[in-house]
Design a protein around this ligand. Sequence first.
Ligand SMILES: Cc1cc2nc3c(=O)[nH]c(=O)nc-3n(C[C@H](O)[C@H](O)[C@H](O)COP(=O)(O)O)c2cc1C
Length: 336
Amino acid sequence: MSDYPKTQDLMRRGAEFLGSDYAILCGAMSWVSERNLVAAISNGGGFGVIACGAMTPELLDAEIAGTKALTDRPFGVNLITMHPQLSELIAVCAKHGVGHVVLAGGIPPKGSVEAIKAFGAKVLVFAPTIALAKKLFRSGADALVIEGMEAGGHIGPVSTSVLAQEFLPALAEEHLVFVAGGIGRGEAIAGYLEMGAAGVQLGTRFACAAESIAHPDFKKAFFRANARDAVASVQVDARLPVIPVRALKNKGTEEFTAKQREVAGLLDSGVVAMGEAQLQIEHYWAGALRRAVIDGDVEAGSIMAGQSVGMVKQEEPVAEIIDGLMAEAEAALTRR
Ligand SMILES: Cc1cc2nc3c(=O)[nH]c(=O)nc-3n(C[C@H](O)[C@H](O)[C@H](O)COP(=O)(O)O)c2cc1C
């Protein structure tokens, strides 16, 4: 592990909280963030996070055990709040003594933060507004991730640069805030650290690392793509609110439009209620992402990617990506 004194100084709070050398999280990516990538990130000095996604408690159990076999460094687990077996998944994390749980995909349901803290783990949450972030900190959350719309996967409506300017001055002195979305180089990391961020979270830059199990065709699609190819999905029916997803433009993007019409039709005819309709949409995304990441179907599958995809040019080992980011941040801070 190399030394990057100025950057590490600004990352100190975040790195101490995570137990890693550098306060760089690899955000959980469904199907991509499994034991190999997660262990490589943590072994490389960053902080890996397992994407539980739609896994059953048994699968999560095996994935955590598999990750532990590959690293003795700390790593986290990302749980989707709308998972019907959230309590059982938390129990699996407790059984393994997981140190950090990230609650994603919505406001944490009552009792979930408490259940995680009860076995001594730290809780990281997402919040779209400062008021909600403060409420979550009051109810026990240990750290916040703010994620801008430049990111890959499910996104909110506001850019990272604006979120950072709003949230960091309001919260970063008292609380740990990690910045995510559109970060491709270390100069940007240096900037957010100087604004008070405890650290950063990246996904797109790590998705096609040498240790990532993503299909070679998924990786090739990343290497070819430019920022403008990573587009947000559109909502076609005002009655069916869908969370936009940023992915590379392909045939699957159009199929999603058709899927929305189909689900809206079911909603209209009373065959499904709103909650079920939204769950169907989420199942669609999980399936489409699996087709792209695991099967290499880059036509009909969903190649979720952030706008920083244009900065991903080739397969690189995780340790080199992390060192490159740290060296860029250090050089930027040294030039100041
Ligand atoms: C392929 C892919 C899948 C993702 N899946 C998830 C997920 O399952 N849960 C989650 O909380 N975030 C997910 N994300 C978001 C990442 O965790 C991370 O916050 C995001 O990639 C950061 O922005 P960036 O892509 O601009 O680096 C995903 C991102 C990508 C690119």
